[in-house]
Design a protein around this ligand. Structure first.
Ligand SMILES: [Zn+2]
Ligand SMILES: [Zn+2]
Length: 98
């Protein structure tokens, strides 16, 4: 599933993939101190990258919107994946639109 958070699509900061599994997590005080988010109440939303497994954490007050699931359209120029809702290839910039 793809997600948008506060108006920007969630992208893995490691591999730049955009498919994530989402779950909410209760944070204990030690974890909150580690993440420097003691000013929040003790829950967060965790997104696990479906490609590399990196976890992306967001506070429970983040504006999270579920986007469409991944669709597999291939770039005709470089064969990399073009995602639903994107009009051009992330890798080479090739576009279906002229
Ligand atoms: Zn990743
Ligand atoms: Zn391409």
């Amino acid at each position: 599933m793809r997600y948008e958070i506060s108006g920007k699509e969630l992208t893995c900061s490691h591999c730049e993939f955009v498919g994530f599994d989402c779950s909410s997590a209760q944070l204990n005080t030690a974890m909150m101190t580690f993440l420097d988010i003691e000013w929040l109440n003790a829950s967060a939303t965790v997104f696990g990258c479906q490609n590399c497994g990196r976890l992306e954490w967001f506070a429970s007050n983040a504006k999270i919107v579920e986007l469409d699931d991944l669709t597999e359209t291939e770039c005709l120029a470089c064969n990399s994946l073009i995602l639903n809702g994107e009009s051009s290839c992330r890798k080479c910039g090739w576009s279906y639109q002229t």
